[in-house]
Design a protein around this ligand. Structure first.
Ligand code: ATP
Ligand code: HSE
Length: 321
């Protein structure tokens, strides 16, 4: 149950003539999303994904959809928004903003091997470089300001040792964010939620990144840390798996070489990305929005990862010559 706004084949048949996609042939709701209503649609031109945005407004959406268009046009594998005959990629359907994007082949990879991590690392670096000249700017809405707002809201739900960890880590991150090292980090539009379930593979071939609706401007290293903390770990313990870490970092570095400042910032950034998802999961777990979070993700998973990253030095981003 995750289609909040139903769309019938008749609805689609009436709407689709504004696009150059031929006649509508089929529509099927996708059950896995929790933020939007998603459908696989088939038209005379092929298969696409239709999304009705349940929360994001017409004003907020251009950042995400224009970013996807920009990336697709620069050879980054992402769903490409399909414009209607007037060139608009965001169009109303049942009174809500909606978009049609290309469908990526394949499935997400629940048990990635180094070969998958290398493909993700290389495409992530390509994406960061390609997004550099994207003209619309929006901050990461789940960045430091949001961590500051959310920490006091979730603290009362934690036992003493959890409270101590959260307070200490927030103070550490505030301090790090005001350092010279942090100021030297390259930044720009990033995905910020590139978990295993947001990348499609057809066998071992990466076919695309999707679900850009947490994207925003942040450091490239933060984006990489989010990705490593999901793709390159043992899910039970949170411990980094070195063959996967090396595969992802080396592939990223080969496309966009890391800087010396990034080397220094790597451990704080792995901690920052663990903190970000610990906080959002705590928030969704203890303060669920009515009927929206069907099965909240386990916050202790990211508490474990944070403790791991604090206790162990990060593996080198690259070997200095
Ligand atoms: N362009 C696409 N190509 C192929 N499949 C897609 C595409 N976009 C979405 N999907 C499918 O739809 C599902 C839900 O999409 P998505 O994750 O974007 O939704 P969501 O509502 O943002 O959900 P959540 O926040 O839970 O990740 C995906 O798991 C995937 O199977
Ligand atoms: N990737 C997030 C969910 C939001 O997309 C998490 O696992 O907490």
């Amino acid at each position: 149950m995750a289609v909040f706004t139903p769309v019938s084949l008749d609805d689609l048949t009436r709407w689709i003539p504004t696009f150059s996609l031929g006649k509508a042939l089929a529509i099927k709701g996708i059950s896995s999303g929790i933020e939007n209503s998603n459908f696989f649609i088939t038209t005379e031109r092929g298969e696409y994904v239709l999304t009705i945005f349940e929360k994001l407004s017409f004003e907020q959406l251009p950042f995400y959809l224009e970013l996807m268009r920009h990336l697709a046009q620069h050879g980054v594998l992402v769903p490409e928004p399909i414009p209607n005959q007037e060139g608009a990629i965001i169009n109303p359907l049942h009174g809500k903003p909606a978009a049609i994007v290309t469908k990526l082949d394949g499935e997400w990879q629940p048990a990635p091997a180094p070969i998958h991590c290398a493909a993700v690392g290389a495409m992530l670096a390509k994406m960061h470089v390609a997004a550099q000249d994207f003209p619309i700017r929006q901050p990461n809405l789940r960045g430091l300001s949001w961590w500051r707002e959310t920490t006091p809201v979730v603290l009362p739900y934690l036992p003493q040792d959890g409270q101590a960890l959260l307070r200490t880590e927030l103070a550490f991150q505030e301090n790090f964010a005001s350092s010279d090292t942090y100021r030297q980090l390259q930044h720009g539009p990033v995905h910020a939620d590139l978990f295993r379930n947001n990348v499609m593979f057809d066998g071992d071939r990466l076919t695309g990144f999707f679900d850009f609706y947490f994207a925003g401007c942040d450091t490239w290293l933060f984006d990489l840390a989010v990705t490593v903390n999901d793709w390159c770990i043992d899910l039970d313990s949170g411990v980094l798996d070195m063959p996967r870490v090396r595969a992802m970092l080396d592939a990223y570095h080969a496309v966009r070489p890391f800087s010396a400042a990034e080397q220094i910032a790597w451990q704080p950034m792995l901690r920052a990305s663990a903190l970000r998802f610990w906080l959002s999961r705590l928030y969704d777990f203890y303060l669920p929005r009515a009927a929206e979070i069907l099965t909240p993700h386990d916050p202790t998973h990211f508490e474990r990862i944070l403790r791991q990253r604090v206790a162990h030095p990060a593996p080198a981003l690259y070997q200095a010559e």
